[in-house]
Ligand binder design. Structure first.
Ligand code: ADP
Ligand code: MN
Length: 516
């Protein structure tokens, strides 16, 4: 395949004459892409080995993938699925553009015009254009589970009804092949045939395509980037595409790898790139939180969001995929509130569907340790405690939020202070279960610091009162919780009767703000 004459496009051939000569591919001896024999040999060897391996694993799939390059609408999916989708998207765009050119050319100034509308591509991958598109194939199916590779079903025709055109239609096919050349890597020179009404035979096109692909793989090996390795495996193809676009746009420099895979999210580290707008600065290091969920996990969490009046109107109309996005949206809003109150927390960079990019807490790819994983001196421990007490009060009063999952797992120790993270489930205090969540947070914090030897640490009931400003006097947990639930109920009744929430639960007189 190294003998394919791609050199027709060599710049010195000049425009025009090369295409008018008998062989549109020019003289083979001007080959501009050097490719050693050893290279080709090893390429083939690698491919053979890979095929052998795949053959053993998925005999039926390989049989299809090995077929001829052009089989109707079929594209080569034996390589990375994402790459294929990117290529397909690009192809579709170019193909449509080409179609428009053809249409214009044929119609000219004629009063009667024909439309190529039926030939236009409608592809499932580019989801940016629609607000309503399906992000996850089907939530009954876990999108994070690795799939056996599948191949696109072959279709030997395009168009509908009497407009049907089979793949064998020589003119259409030839033009399509010419248009398809635009999908080759940018550095692969295809000459200026694309703008012309040039019809490439399948044979010529396939040879070119094969060469273009092997060139592409060759250069990919040379410039292999990390975002194509680690990060890809943990997310589904659509998320991968989103991440890929972030890198492609330059917003992120590289995605280096996965920091955490939890039940509900996967977090990646990335180096920030350049922002498209000048007023925004991308932090040098970013954390990318990808919200994932199966129907099960979403069920476990829906009590947080379902009763959150901020999202209430929208909840009922939504499908699970949209609710996943709402988690991301909620985390973004909550982080922004915290940022505005000056609470140490990640800074939001951008939200794209279910993917939230924020500043990275940590340095040089090493995330700051969770409070549960650091051993602090007695002094730091005490400092951390008072800081958290303060932050809980700020969160409640200034941000009108209850963390709702506060514990040593969601607090990071960085730069000599505590940073709060993981606020997608945070709710406003008037949430029907808001005070219960707050009480649980208080219990976690009290227990952690009491065990950690901070003698000053309030017990959970004292902490609850100190944060909320409420004055619940019960001296045992059962009564205390009963009072909390009574307050929540009172608020709900108020909502029923007056159609709105009480602004806060705050009793008269501001409770003391604890300072160290
Ligand atoms: P989950 O819901 O999966 O617990 P988290 O937001 O807590 O999601 O993130 C999981 C882990 O990822 C955290 O425990 C932390 O180690 C890491 N992490 C998340 N966000 C950041 C960030 N902005 N900077 C550094 N590490 C982070
Ligand atoms: Mn967490």
């Amino acid at each position: 395949m190294d003998s394919v004459g791609v050199a027709a496009a060599a710049p010195d051939a000049g425009p025009g004459p090369a295409w008018q000569s008998k062989c549109p591919w020019g003289a083979p001896n001007t080959t501009s892409i050097s490719c050693s024999l050893a290279d080709v040999m090893s390429e083939q060897l690698a491919k053979e080995l890979q095929l052998e391996e795949e053959n053993a694993a998925f005999p039926e799939v390989v049989a299809a993938a090995e077929g001829p390059f052009i089989t109707g609408e079929n594209i080569d999916t034996s390589s990375d699925l994402m790459l294929a989708q990117m290529l397909q998207m690009e192809f579709d765009r170019e193909y449509d553009a080409q179609l428009r050119r053809e249409e214009k050319k044929i119609n000219g100034d004629s009063k009667v015009s024909i439309s190529f509308e039926n030939y236009r591509k409608v592809h499932p991958y580019d989801s940016d254009s629609s607000e309503d598109e399906v992000d996850w194939q089907d939530t009954r199916h876990d999108p994070y589970r690795a799939d056996k590779p599948t191949t696109t079903p072959k279709r030997g025709f395009i168009g509908k009804g009497k407009d049907i055109t089979t793949k064998h239609d020589e003119v259409v096919c030839g033009r399509k092949n010419t248009a398809r050349m635009e999908n080759f890597a940018p550095e692969f020179q295809v000459g200026d045939g694309i703008g012309m009404d040039l019809k490439l035979s399948n044979q010529v096109f396939n040879a070119l395509k094969q060469h273009a692909y092997s060139e592409e793989r060759r250069s990919a090996r040379l410039h292999e980037k990390k975002e194509h390795s680690t990060a890809e495996k943990a997310v589904d193809p659509k998320t991968r595409l989103l991440l890929y676009k972030m890198v492609n746009s330059g917003m992120l420099e590289t995605i280096t790898g996965c920091i955490s895979t939890g039940k509900e999210s996967v977090v990646f580290h990335a180096y920030g790139g350049k922002s498209a707008t000048e007023d925004k600065v991308i932090p040098p290091e970013c954390a990318i939180k990808v919200f994932k969920t199966t129907l099960n996990e979403f069920k476990n969490r829906d009590k947080y969001i379902k009763d959150d009046y901020r999202f209430k109107d929208r909840f009922s109309k939504l499908n699970p995929r949209k609710i996943i996005r709402m988690w991301a949206e909620k985390e973004m809003h909550n982080l922004t509130r915290m940022q505005n109150a000056g609470i140490p927390c990640p800074q939001v960079v951008i939200l794209k569907k279910h993917v939230l990019v924020m500043s990275f807490i940590g340095q040089d790819q090493v995330p700051a340790p969770k409070l549960k994983d650091v051993t602090l001196s007695n002094e730091d421990m005490k400092k951390a405690y008072y800081q958290i007490l303060n932050m809980m009060q700020q969160l409640y009063r200034e941000c009108n939020l209850v963390h709702a999952d506060l514990s040593e797992y969601n607090m990071l120790w960085h730069d000599g202070k505590v940073w709060l993270i993981d606020v997608s489930q945070s709710v406003e205090p008037t949430h029907p279960h808001g005070l219960e969540f707050l009480f649980r947070d208080c219990r976690n914090v009290s227990q952690f610091f009491q065990k950690g030897g901070v003698a000053e640490a309030l017990n959970e009931r004292e902490l609850f009162n100190a944060v909320s400003g409420l004055n619940i006097t019960a001296d045992n947990e059962v009564d205390f919780q009963a009072e909390i639930e009574a307050l929540e109920k009172m608020n709900e009744d108020h909502v029923q009767n007056h159609g709105k929430k009480l602004s806060t639960f705050s009793s008269d007189g501001d409770p003391p703000i604890y300072d160290e």
